[in-house]
Ligand binder design. Structure first.
Ligand SMILES: Cc1cn([C@H]2C[C@H](O)[C@@H](COP(=O)(O)OP(=O)(O)O)O2)c(=O)[nH]c1=O
Length: 231
């Protein structure tokens, strides 16, 4: 006998992440990839901003949900009072638990993970904040599992806004409520993402003139090509 034991040594799952500015189409693509992989018979989970379920562990799920509420369901006065460093560390705590309790066990069990809302956009947001050191922000996320494939959906802020129609205060970096505030802020975030892209081997797509089907088709081809995942 060899030591091959396929039933006890499932192939590790793949982690696939979608990044881009607000309105680039991340959630749309992530949901399509999740659906297509599942329909093709691949065990796959979709993880987003409010995914708090730790499989078969209601107690940990409740704890992760409390952390999600703390980080994302916060009131503006509390956000302001606590300040940027606090929120950076709270976000790092959130991403740490999501990685350790949900993503890593899934990958180890052979389940693929589609991650919408990865931490890269947060890094870009903090990189444009002069009050927080960029290297500190990079360090608090450095231990997270490295995705096997990152799709970067590139679009200008003006075009993203035309798609979205409306935006939240967070999506202007709390800089104001006008369209120009969204555009100015998101274009700076986009420039930071593009710097990251140069260093990271992301699969970059200019989605300005692509409809959702074309984006999905390009992504599906890349999954087959780079990760040998057929959908
Ligand atoms: C992908 C896509 C999205 N949209 C719309 C749907 C949503 O209202 C909005 C943002 O899409 P969404 O996928 O939510 O983007 P993100 O997760 O990056 O913020 O744009 C289009 O109009 N055309 C498209 O091709």
């Amino acid at each position: 006998m060899t030591n091959a034991a396929p039933f006890f040594n499932p192939t590790r799952g793949r982690e696939i992440t979608v990044v881009g500015i607000d309105g680039a189409g991340k959630s749309t693509l992530a949901a399509r990839l999740h659906q297509a992989l599942t329909e093709a018979g691949h065990e796959t989970i979709l993880i987003g901003k409010h995914s708090t379920e730790v499989p078969m562990d209601p107690e940990l799920s409740a704890y992760v949900d409390q952390l999600n509420a703390l980080v994302y369901r916060r009131d503006a006065r509390i956000a302001q009072a606590c300040g940027d460093h606090y929120w950076l560390l709270a976000l790092a705590a959130w991403y740490t638990l999501q990685d350790k309790l949900v993503i890593q066990p899934a990958l180890a069990a052979g389940t693929h993970v589609i991650l919408d809302n990865a931490h890269h956009k947060i890094l870009a947001r903090y990189a444009v904040n002069p009050d927080v050191s960029t290297s500190l922000a990079e360090q608090v996320f450095a231990h997270l599992t490295e995705p096997d494939l990152v799709f970067f959906l590139r679009i200008s802020a003006r075009d993203a806004l035309a798609r979205k129609g409306e935006f939240s205060s967070l999506e202007t970096g709390h800089s104001g409520g006008a369209d120009e505030d969204f555009i100015r802020y998101q274009d700076v975030v986009l420039a930071k993402l593009r710097e990251h892209e140069q260093r990271s081997g992301w699969l970059s797509m200019d989605v300005t003139d692509m409809d959702r089907d074309a984006v999905f088709k390009t992504a599906a081809d890349a999954l087959a090509d780079r990760l040998q995942l057929a959908i």
